[in-house]
Design a protein around this ligand. Structure first.
Ligand code: GRG
Length: 286
């Protein structure tokens, strides 16, 4: 199957699962459920949960085996976006082409919506234990790894460094290190969740982890390149292409994308979609 059809097909599956499993808007307290549905069901690309499904399929499982956990990861991703957009952080007015959560519901509800999505995301992953063939131990390992990826050494720590740095760091790898924590970490957890729940071997997990790390870096620098084309509404810090220039940024995206592809050679032709995704990240327009 072509990657574009695959992404479209799996996005529909994830959207449907989320639509059917999120609390309804009229459920009390209504405002938080309206806010959750506003931010989750608003056209994200669903790259992270798709990676979880893709990993299960690569390892010979049906994607339905990992669907609740994949949806849980999307909820946690949405939580991070809502908090990232807050006035005290990036102070963004628009997300996914619509007003950000705090612009519609106010700051207090936006913070609580993020909190609720983090809790609900973990709840969805726990629900994956109800699927026949999934071992409780695998759920515990997947959650354990995910929490490591979200904590102060990874995503949360990367965000702290991102909002605290003063543009005077002279280490060339400084921004890559932040991107690895802020962006690659959750992508690593997306693949590893699929891998653990599909009983992958250590060799397979190690290969997929390198792929995820490199894909995350290519993804974040591409995000910066796409942001350059949009008018900046806030006083955010300079991004990779603004510091190192367009040419170097494009070169690094290509390098990381190629390294991602090389890292999964053990899967051979079976990993074709993963190769296509690494190419797609380089060429994506949104
Ligand atoms: C993890 C406990 C904990 C706290 C969160 C706020 C925060 C700390 C982290 C923010 C990290 C962040 C926003 C990273 C940027 C990641 C990124 C590239 C987002 C855009 O992803 P896409 O393009 O977006 O997949 P869509 O809209 O398609 O889902």
């Amino acid at each position: 199957m072509e990657l574009s059809s695959y992404l479209q097909e799996k996005k529909i599956i994830i959207d449907k699962y989320l639509e059917e499993n999120l609390p309804l808007e009229n459920q009390s307290p209504s405002i938080i459920h309206r806010s959750i549905r506003y931010s989750v069901l608003n056209g994200g690309k669903r790259i992270r949960p798709i990676l979880t499904l893709m990993t299960a399929e690569l390892l010979g499982e049906n994607y339905t085996m990992v669907l609740p956990a994949a949806a849980g990861i999307e909820l946690i991703h949405t939580f991070s976006l809502i908090h990232d957009d807050l006035p005290s952080m990036d102070n963004d007015d628009y997300r996914r082409g619509k007003l950000t959560n705090h612009k519609v519901f106010g700051e207090a509800i936006a913070i609580l919506t993020g909190d609720a999505l983090l809790v609900m995301g973990l709840e969805f992953i726990c629900k994956n234990a109800e699927i026949k063939g999934i071992k409780n131990n695998s759920i515990i390992s997947a959650i354990n790894y995910l929490l490591e990826m979200l904590g102060t050494k990874k995503m949360l720590g990367g965000q702290v460094e991102d909002i605290s740095w003063n543009n005077q760091e002279d280490d060339d790898n400084f921004i890559e290190n932040i991107y690895s924590k802020k962006t690659s970490a959750l992508i690593c957890a997306s693949l590893k969740t699929g891998a653990i729940l599909s009983n992958a071997t250590k060799e397979q997990i190690d290969a997929l982890q390198v792929y995820a790390e490199k894909l995350g870096l290519a993804f974040q620098i591409t995000d910066d390149l796409l942001d350059l084309k949009e008018d900046k509404e806030n006083n955010s810090k300079p991004t990779y292409p603004e510091i190192y220039g367009l040419e170097k940024a494009k070169k690094m995206v290509l390098l990381y994308s190629n390294q991602a592809k090389e890292s999964i050679s053990i899967f051979g032709e079976k990993a074709r979609l993963f190769h296509d995704l690494a190419d797609f990240i380089v060429n994506r327009k949104k």
